[in-house]
Write a protein that binds this ligand. Structure first.
Ligand SMILES: O=C(OCc1ccccc1)c1cn[nH]c1
Length: 235
């Protein structure tokens, strides 16, 4: 998979060189290219934004630099990439959307700042990109970069050979399946007692039937407490 990220703060994407995503890049599973949008400006002040038509607060990102940046990416692209634009006003990012993005050949992330990117950019590229405006949550960030870090990490762990233990994807809280539609219950590891706190004895019992039942009960209780919406039947 090829991933391009366009931003006025390319250094913000440096964490993608670390850990799990960094390993995928080193292994060649991910071909990651980060681009500085300011290299597509040509005025003395390297201007990327201007005041919004129709008035209102803040600034809007100008279309010309984005046109130059996205044209350059398309010139070196094979098929029809997905253009993912993080924005509070996009469709909700979920584990299902992560699995959708994880099978793409080529993703291009456009990091908006200020009040967003001139809407003509998304309209202009609708035929050459699969344009996808995505929100990672109902809050407003200063820019799309942090959302890109979230989405790339969520999809990268789904790529074959990226996770040491592919099993843990199956049990993900939000992976499809019976148990998976619940929140994860508590987890424990050695030592068996720590600061006077013991691990629930059922987990040391070796009775896998009892352990599975206990885990489901814990997952249900946690889901009821924090995410009753996941329990359906109008709960
Ligand atoms: O703030 C976000 O993106 C940055 C952004 C993009 C466009 C205009 C304002 C802010 C965001 C929040 N949830 N998901 C994304």
């Amino acid at each position: 998979m090829r991933i391009d990220v366009v931003s006025i703060f390319p250094d913000y994407l440096a964490p993608l060189g670390l850990s799990l995503v960094g390993k995928a890049v080193a292994a060649g599973t991910l071909d990651l290219r980060v681009h500085d949008l300011r290299e597509c400006t040509h005025d003395r002040h390297r201007t990327v934004d201007d005041t919004p038509y129709g008035g209102g607060p803040g600034m809007v990102m100008k279309p010309e630099p984005w046109g130059e940046a996205l044209d350059a990416i398309l010139d070196s692209a094979a098929g029809r990439p997905r253009l993912v634009v993080p924005t509070p006003s996009g469709r909700r990012f979920t584990q299902e959307v992560a699995t959708e993005l994880a099978v793409a050949e080529h993703l291009v992330f456009a990091c908006g700042r200020y009040e967003g990117i001139d809407s003509r950019v998304m309209a202009h590229y609708a035929d050459r990109f699969e344009v996808d405006e995505i929100s990672i949550g109902d809050y407003v960030l200063a820019g799309g970069e942090a959302a890109v870090l979230v989405m790339v990490e969520a999809l990268a762990r789904l790529l074959p050979g990226v996770l040491g233990n592919p099993e843990s994807v199956v049990d993900d809280s939000f992976a499809p399946g019976a148990m998976a539609a619940l929140l994860e219950g508590p987890v424990y590891t050695k030592p068996p007692e720590w600061r006077g706190l013991a691990v629930p004895e059922v987990l040391l019992s070796g009775d896998h039937g009892r352990i599975a039942a206990w885990r489901r009960e814990q997952a249900l209780a946690r889901t009821e407490r924090f995410r009753p919406d996941l329990l359906g039947d109008g709960a």
